[in-house]
Design a protein around this ligand. Structure first.
Ligand code: ATP
Ligand code: MG
Length: 393
């Protein structure tokens, strides 16, 4: 069956009062971006509290739905068949025809739901529904009407033309990108941080990312893996500016100067400081990490507090209460899992101590960091100056 359009339903946006237009416009814009990657000219239109995608004569249905399934803010996607408005008698025939083509085997209860966007239409919605319902009952043997709990709702919208749909494809939900500012994701090659980025961008937040690279201890392949992950997340979040920081000299300096059981915490504190510095320069309103309480030594409450201590921007940790398995499930759903589990070293695992502190004392950590006073500012300056920026589309 050929669908001429998609009706797009959005819930959370609709309740936003006067902000509604801003949200709808952002949704339309994100849909246009998503559809620009699908072959054919699609038109996205806002009409009387609804958003429609009008399709070209020839297009790939699956590609189109797949693109729309990545647009945050969409709750439901309904493929629509559009008929000319040649009066109610013809519409009855058209809906019968629609059912014959779309649901030839259907048995069960139906409800016809009519919405009259064109108020000049001479018959009211209830009457239209009743008449179409009757026409369907006359035509198909195995149908009954149940207006309270139908097995299938047949929606008929009367506009300049007649729109008919029954199917509902569940969308990703959330809010359109661009409605909630921008945040800086600390993106490693692991499972957790891509999921964290996805979850925050689902709330309408645009992403930038920072990756701490430690050549030659971490390879080009490890960096490529992070670029690949950023590309996968960007399929949902839209373009991501990825900042690759050369972290080697800072790590080696920490390794030389500080107690080894504190290495991870001190390293993580420098990661957060650097991420925050870049975030502020690029007007990001927060940081995002894939930390989850208790997952590793550096993610006990004491360790998280010690890491958080150096940040003044809010740090968003959307998977903080998730078990690993729950994070894995999301990473499979968003298609980052297979890339995340590729076996490339990451910069933390190389400098990790045999027995890292699990309950770091903030005063002790701060004192250890004083041992870095001589050279650390200079090393940070160099790190900032040598950042490689990769724009991921
Ligand atoms: P992930 O699966 O996201 O790598 P993890 O379980 O390996 O997380 P850690 O290595 O302790 O946990 O890292 C915690 C968080 O710190 C990560 O989720 C990520 O946000 C950030 N992070 C760690 N390593 C890096 C890195 N090399 N570059 C950028 N961010 C990093
Ligand atoms: Mg990691």
């Amino acid at each position: 069956m050929v669908f001429h359009a998609f009706l797009i339903k959005y819930a959370e946006i609709a309740i936003k009062g006067k902000n509604r237009y801003m949200f709808e416009d952002a949704l339309v814009k994100q849909m246009q971006i998503a559809l620009s990657k699908v072959e054919g000219e699609f038109t996205v239109k806002k009409e009387q509290g609804r958003v429609y995608v009008f399709c070209p004569e020839v297009y790939d249905f699956d590609d189109t739905v797949e693109a729309l399934l990545r647009v945050f803010g969409i709750v439901e996607i309904c493929p629509v068949v559009i008929y000319k408005d040649n009066g109610l008698e013809q519409t009855k025939k058209d809906v019968v025809e629609y059912m014959r083509n779309r649901h030839p085997e259907f048995k069960g209860s139906i409800k016809v739901y009519t919405r009259r966007a064109k108020k000049s239409y001479p018959i009211n919605s209830m009457e239209v529904s009743a008449q179409i319902g009757e026409a369907l009952l006359n035509e198909f043997e195995n149908l009954s009407v149940d207006v309270h709990n139908p097995d299938m709702t047949i929606s008929v919208e009367i506009r300049d033309k007649i729109y008919v749909y029954t199917d509902k494809i569940k969308g990703p939900g959330g809010m359109p990108i661009g409605t909630n500012g921008k945040a800086m994701l600390l993106l490693s090659g692991g499972i957790d941080s891509p999921v964290a980025g996805y979850l925050i961008s689902k709330r309408g937040v645009k992403l930038e990312a920072v990756y701490f690279h430690a050549p030659p201890y971490t390879s080009e392949r490890a960096k490529q893996k992070v670029v690949d992950l950023a590309k996968l997340v960007a399929k949902y979040s839209g373009p991501i500016r990825l900042h690759v920081v050369n972290f080697t000299d800072i790590q080696l300096y920490i390794y030389d100067q500080c107690p080894h059981e504190e290495l991870t915490i001190i390293m993580r504190r420098y990661m957060m400081r650097i991420a925050e510095h870049i975030a502020r320069e690029d007007k990001c309103l927060g940081l995002i990490t894939g930390e989850s309480i208790g997952q590793v030594a550096s993610q006990t409450l004491q360790s998280l507090a010690a890491t958080n201590d150096v940040c003044t921007l809010p740090v968003y940790r959307p998977v903080i209460g998730f078990d690993k398995q729950e994070i894995v499930e999301i990473s499979k759903k968003i298609d980052t899992f297979e890339t995340s589990i590729q076996p490339f070293e990451d910069c933390c695992t190389i400098f990790v101590a045999k027995h890292p502190v699990t309950k770091p004392n903030l005063k002790v950590i701060r004192r250890s960091e004083e041992k870095l006073n001589e050279k650390i500012d200079e090393l940070l300056e160099t790190a900032y100056k040598t950042i490689e920026v990769i724009d991921i589309d």
